[in-house]
Design a protein around this ligand. Structure first.
Ligand SMILES: [Zn+2]
Length: 247
């Protein structure tokens, strides 16, 4: 293939722009804000689960409390009724009296146990409510942090997008000056070589694969026509002669 030395040198400009574009793409994908937002989202999802299970627990506790309070009321009613009978002097038989007094004593112990249950449930309710408030407060913090990180990410993306837009424009301008067959070869090499389709020959070395050319190949290059499109024997990239080629 033949192409003017100017067209060949422009390939190096194209390669620089492609390298810049791939650097920008790499930066765009690797923004720390992506990972940070993922982490915040995961933490928020965990907190949502925590809040849901605390809500369920609070429902259970409300039902348990209602039952325990009803139990206390029932026992208290029986104690009142027994006391009234005792106070009214309705029970005269000593044996019945003793039975009734012993029932009141046992009901009173039962009432005290049930009141302990009520208190314990109320303590658990307080703990659940406090955990829920803590989780809700953390979710508010996370939402604020997410806004900050999202704004930072968007600003970084906008800046990268602007730079990429400029590089795209410059690339299009350079590419439009290239002969189609040379450009097609460059694109094919670029696909095969991870984004670098052409490399300079500098100081007897291919800048694409960083290998030094041997004497025979260097002599062939010295004798080649300036319009000849050369390829690196090692990496097959388009090899572009420059004033620093060391020929
Ligand atoms: Zn090479």
């Amino acid at each position: 293939m033949k192409a003017s030395p100017e067209a060949q040198l422009r390939l190096l400009e194209l390669a620089d722009l492609d390298a810049e574009l791939s650097r920008l793409e790499h930066r765009r994908r690797g923004l720390p804000e992506h990972a940070e937002l993922d982490r915040l989202e995961q933490r928020d999802a965990a907190l949502r689960d925590t809040v849901a299970s605390l809500e369920a627990e609070q429902g259970d506790l409300r039902r348990a409390l209602a039952k325990a309070e009803a139990d206390v009321d029932q026992v208290r009613t029986r104690i009142d009724r027994d006391r009234k009978r005792l106070d009214a002097g309705q029970v005269s038989n000593p044996r019945d009296l003793e039975n009734l007094q012993s029932e009141v004593a046992s009901l009173t112990r039962r009432q005290s146990d049930l009141e302990d249950v009520v208190l314990e449930i109320m303590e658990r309710q307080e703990a659940a409510q406090s955990s829920r408030e803590t989780a809700a407060a953390e979710r508010v913090e996370i939402a604020a942090a997410r806004d900050v990180v999202t704004a930072r990410r968007d600003a970084a993306l906008a800046e990268i997008g602007e730079q990429a837009g400029k590089a795209d424009d410059r690339r299009a301008a350079v590419a439009s000056q290239e002969p189609p067959d040379l450009l097609a070869l460059y694109e094919r090499m670029r696909e095969q070589h991870g984004g670098v389709g052409a490399a300079a020959l500098r100081g007897g070395r291919c800048e694409g694969c960083h290998l030094s050319l041997n004497m025979v190949d260097l002599n062939d290059i010295r004798n080649a026509d300036p319009d000849d499109v050369l390829r690196c024997e090692e990496c097959r990239r388009i090899l572009v002669r420059t004033p620093e080629s060391g020929l």
